[in-house]
Design a protein around this ligand. Structure first.
Ligand SMILES: [Zn+2]
Length: 285
């Protein structure tokens, strides 16, 4: 599943290409979108802006129409010049938004709905501005409070709740816990308020550093002193713990561990020495 920083970058690219321009064409093979467009055409409206809200991508059109999409595992948005060859088969196209200069194509986007500002605000699945880590309206204090409202849940599970911290996915989950020095399996109720605040500020810092203009498509949380020129595409080179099961911790050398966590059984990675359970004795001395 794309994490929030990926959706953020996609939204930023779409926004730069489309915002302020009139829609010159729209088509979709989703009946609901097609019907909406037949009744109240998107053609002729202006694309006001494109924004990410956690893992949702919102395309705002003039006249209070918002195209809301979620990529889940499979979906992606591409932007092309007219006449440019698509990088994915046309059979995977789910919707196309055209302006004078660009063609935005949603491929395999499994969730697509039209909203008004009001229906969007009422939809509990779509995070509000306050919980969107990368949004301008992010409210860190509210996020700390929201995090601490799940005292009986494990930290790693709560970090994936999009109503708490929208934009954090499974990779960031493990990286945030390591960076904050907290065991992902400890109950949220064992955290002090300061530790919860540290979790939130770490999430913000890591996600923000991944949407800088020069950041690539990969998530990078570890920038080693030894810049290796080989294996540069290895995702393990850029992360502290995620995907590094059995490899030595970059801080202490202990073997990184992996365990499935939560009802969804998502893989969680951690260093047992740098992230001990509270009260646990260091059995390795
Ligand atoms: Zn360690």
């Amino acid at each position: 599943m794309p994490e929030g920083d990926n959706i953020f970058r996609a939204a930023r690219t779409l926004n730069r290409a489309l915002a302020g321009n009139s829609v010159t064409g729209f088509r979709s093979n989703y009946a609901l979108l097609t019907r909406f467009n037949d009744d109240t055409p998107l053609t002729g409206r202006t694309v006001e802006r494109v924004e990410a809200r956690g893992k949702w991508l919102l395309m705002h059109f003039s006249g209070d129409a918002i195209l809301v999409t979620h990529m889940l595992m499979s979906g992606s948005w591409h932007i092309y010049r007219h006449g440019e060859r698509w990088q994915l088969p046309a059979a995977m196209m789910r919707m196309v938004v055209e302006t004078k200069d660009f063609v935005a194509v949603g491929f395999n986007v499994p969730v697509a709905e039209m909203h008004t500002a009001q229906s969007l605000a009422r939809d509990p699945r779509i995070p509000g501005l306050a919980s969107d880590v990368l949004g301008g309206g992010f409210d860190a204090n509210a996020a700390v409070k929201s995090l601490l409202s799940y005292p009986d849940a494990e930290l790693g599970e709560v970090l994936l709740r999009q109503t708490v911290l929208a934009g954090v996915g499974n990779v960031f989950k493990s990286e945030i816990c390591f960076t904050a020095g907290l065991n992902p399996f400890r109950k949220v109720g064992t955290l002090t308020r300061e530790q919860a605040a540290q979790v939130v500020s770490t999430a913000q810092k890591l996600l923000e550093s991944n949407v800088l203009e020069d950041s690539g498509d990969r998530i990078v949380t570890y920038r080693g002193r030894r810049r290796r020129t080989t294996h540069r595409s290895d995702p393990g080179e850029s992360l502290w713990v995620y995907g590094r099961s059995g490899e030595p911790c970059r801080r202490c050398g202990e073997a990184i561990r992996r365990r499935l966590q939560g009802a969804d059984a998502r893989g969680t990675y951690w260093c047992p020495r740098c992230q001990p359970m509270p009260g646990a004795r260091d059995v390795d001395g």
